[in-house]
Design a protein around this ligand. Structure first.
Ligand code: SF4
Ligand code: SF4
Ligand code: SF4
Length: 332
């Protein structure tokens, strides 16, 4: 038996994903799902909690725009519905943040069913709006993004800075993963369960055209490795050309954040800095340790950069600091 399957798309991957998620919703079963929706009547893509399965018709996880990292919002939804089993279909950077928060808050894995989707990258919001307007139809942006899935996206310099250096664009360590990178998604994509038991329980075989051949798994693996290598090189260039005067250690970063005025929008946009903020407010001792923890577990989502009115490169600064804190083998 296998836990990796091929899902046929009949030249409409988005439709195939929606049908797949409908079946998963029933089979888990879920009381709701947090996902990126693009309203059929028009308007921006937003991450919301869908309580009706019918809302999956608006599901668009591949729109190349990211308004926020939904990890903290998902935790808030979990807290407001303590007896519910929720699903979350999210990008790899959100998955990483979600993993950190679930561990910190002791959320039992059976209460949150995580579905990760490979991510080709996202544009800054204004760039996305401009492109969507000139394309005349927002779904065209999703289709364009999918068109380049096979080669792991395009090396577009207009993508968000965080995406250009994103260390892990593939969905990993999740209940279910939708694998797109390196694959001819107009024909099929990969559906991967975290275990054989889960694959059997959800009857994934019946949602697929058969087990994924080793050649498709290898194709995805190779494309991801090539994409990561490209982004690591870009990351090295970005980090080595950061302007002088930026924080060289975590204590300096805390000093910067304390004195930076007039806002704290970067921290408000970050899903995983709550502990640092609370300790800073209480002026207690383990602040430095908590901040180091935050830096090392940063998901690289870049929402802090996106929120900053001054264009402060917090994501890159944190990545440089994480490299100095982590053993070489783990630093991306
Ligand atoms: S940071 Fe990575 S996972 Fe997140 S949107 Fe960009 S490419 Fe996708
Ligand atoms: S510090 Fe920035 S890049 Fe890191 S998790 Fe927070 S918002 Fe994302
Ligand atoms: S968002 Fe920018 S200006 Fe505001 S505190 Fe953060 S780094 Fe400073």
């Amino acid at each position: 038996m296998t836990k990796e399957w091929l899902v046929e798309t009949h030249e409409d991957p988005l439709r195939a994903m929606r049908a797949l998620l409908e079946a998963v919703w029933d089979r888990v079963p879920l009381d709701g799902m947090v996902l990126a929706l693009r309203p059929t009547e028009g308007g921006a893509v937003r991450t919301v909690l869908a309580e009706e399965r019918s809302r999956l018709s608006e599901f668009d996880p591949l729109a190349p725009v990211m308004e926020s990292n939904s990890a903290r919002e998902i935790m808030a939804k979990m807290a407001s519905a303590p007896s519910a089993t929720l699903g979350a279909t999210v990008r790899p950077c959100e998955l990483r943040s979600l993993g950190v928060l679930c561990q910190q808050e002791g959320i039992p894995s059976q209460r949150l069913f995580r579905i990760g989707v490979d991510c080709m990258a996202t544009f800054p919001e204004d760039e996305y709006e401009r492109r969507a307007q000139s394309a005349g139809e927002a779904e065209r942006m999703t289709k364009e993004s999918l068109q380049f899935a096979r080669q792991g996206g395009i090396a577009a310099y207009r993508y968000r800075n965080a995406c250009q250096i994103c260390p892990s664009p593939s969905a990993e360590e999740t209940d279910l993963a939708l694998g797109l990178i390196g694959l001819p998604v107009q024909e099929y994509f990969l559906l991967m369960a975290k275990s054989q038991e889960l694959s059997d329980r959800l009857g994934l075989e019946t949602l697929s055209i058969g087990p994924a051949p080793e050649s498709s798994l290898a194709q995805r693996r190779h494309a991801i490795e090539a994409l990561k290598a490209r982004r690591d090189r870009k990351g090295d260039r970005v980090l080595s050309s950061l302007p002088p005067g930026l924080p060289e250690d975590v204590a300096e970063l805390l000093d910067h954040l304390r004195s930076c005025q007039p806002c704290r929008d970067c921290l408000d946009a970050c899903p995983t800095c709550m502990e640092v903020l609370e300790l800073a407010a209480a002026n207690t001792k383990p602040l430095l340790e908590a901040a180091e923890h935050w830096v090392v577990l940063c998901s690289g989502c870049g929402m802090c950069d996106q929120a900053c009115p001054r264009g402060y490169p917090l994501n890159a600064v944190i990545r440089r600091l994480a490299r100095s804190l982590l053993p070489e083998s783990l630093a991306a």
